[in-house]
Design a protein around this ligand. Structure first.
Ligand code: NAP
Length: 348
């Protein structure tokens, strides 16, 4: 086998950074070089990510101490990423950004949804949007990839079979239930255990920023076309998107089987879950924890023709770090599944 590539992670003390470490430490083509944290410099990795104790003899460095590497993952908050990206580009040829800063092609849209002008607008056109299943040809061999939003990923993978086939869509409403790790490691009043435990809390009934990514996929700026409502639920990991789609022409279940099979026949991490019986006959995020799968299923309301698509992921895996490692594999010409074979746990 050829020499391993040296990979560093900026923001490795965060939840997504921790997942990158967990995956990459066993990746057959990768050697972990540096992991940065501003709050834990000089401390061992396991002082933050205790699951890696005894497995990864590395210490955190500060961002300023980052050396050149073959690949850098940036797992820092949005707004931070666009500030450091010009410098990061001098340190590695291939960069995968997990933040929202390089997902939208149009800097005006970025300002609209994220509230500040983009600070590196010239770089936007150089980044490839990173939902692998919808953009695989452009990701293969790419140098710069922007990982997608987790709620956007669940929604996009749910509707993509219809979009790919050119089904005329009238309206998409994605009703999303999200686990607490979606918000990152920084505590807040809302994430305080007595407030968060047991909650079913309407978090963003309208106006969620990931809507912009779904509109971008559809090539539309029509705010009526895609709507998203996000509810915080009592899970640590996991997203369940129940996506209600109205179409110009009526689709049958047989049509949907064909569209979904066609769209995902060459996608090892998307599974169609639609059984006639059993508790797991529809996608469920609980059994995806730690895995890179997106499970998708569907039903048609025979009375009204409404299509209901159900899509489940682990937000930190297929919604963030797992998908970005999958993208790295394609960027480097490696098998798409390398390092990502973990099937999840049952029961969990
Ligand atoms: N959580 C998810 O489900 C999810 C899904 C998709 C995408 N993402 C995106 O992935 C990125 C990381 O998310 P996360 O959930 O892992 O967040 P997180 O847990 O809050 O971690 C953020 C990381 O960024 C570092 N950081 C913060 N400010 C920094 C700065 N000015 N310079 C250098 N490093 C800085 C933090 O390091 P220190 O605190 O040690 O300084 C920490 O390691 C975000 O952009 C997020 O939107 C997250």
């Amino acid at each position: 086998m050829s020499e391993k590539l040296k990979v560093s992670i900026v923001g490795a003390s965060g939840y997504a950074g921790g997942e990158l470490l967990r995956i990459l430490m066993f990746h057959p083509r990768v050697e972990l070089k540096q992991a940065s944290s501003e709050s834990h410099p000089g401390r061992p990795i396991h002082s933050v990510h205790a699951n890696l104790r005894g497995l990864l003899p590395m210490k955190y460095c500060k961002y300023d101490e980052l050396e050149n590497a073959d690949i850098i993952f940036a797992a820092v908050p949005h707004h931070v990423s666009m500030k450091i990206m010009p410098q990061l580009r001098t340190k590695a040829k291939k960069i995968i950004d997990l933040s929202a800063d390089f997902r939208l092609r149009d800097p005006k849209l970025y300002e609209l949804w994220y509230g500040v002008p983009h600070e590196a607008p010239d770089l936007l056109k150089e980044f490839v949007y990173g939902v692998v299943e919808v953009n695989r040809p452009n990701i293969i061999g790419a140098d710069l990839v922007a990982g997608a939003g987790c709620n956007a990923t669940a929604t996009i993978l749910g509707v993509y079979p219809l979009v790919k086939a050119g089904v005329p869509i009238k309206h998409i409403l994605a009703d999303i239930k999200a686990g607490s790790s979606e918000g990152g490691k920084k505590p807040s009043e809302a994430s305080h255990h007595p407030e968060r435990a047991g909650c079913v809390r309407s978090f963003m009934p309208t106006g969620h920023r990931h809507t912009a990514e779904v509109l971008q996929l559809l090539g539309s700026t029509d705010p009526h076309l895609v709507e998203m409502s996000v509810t915080a639920i009592d899970m640590v990991r996991g997203i369940l998107a129940t996506i209600h789609v109205t179409t110009e022409t009526r689709l049958t279940e047989k049509d949907l089987w064909k569209l979904f099979r066609d769209a995902y026949k060459d996608s090892p991490f998307v599974r169609i879950v639609k059984d006639k019986q059993g508790i797991f006959r529809y996608p469920e995020p609980k059994i995806l924890a730690g895995s890179n799968y997106c499970d998708v299923g569907f039903e048609v309301d025979e009375r009204t023709g409404r299509v209901v698509i159900i899509s489940a992921i682990d937000n930190l895996m297929k919604g963030a770090s797992g998908n970005c490692v999958q993208a790295m594999n394609l960027m480097c010409g490696w098998p798409e599944t390398a390092g990502l074979e973990f099937p999840g746990l049952h029961p969990v």
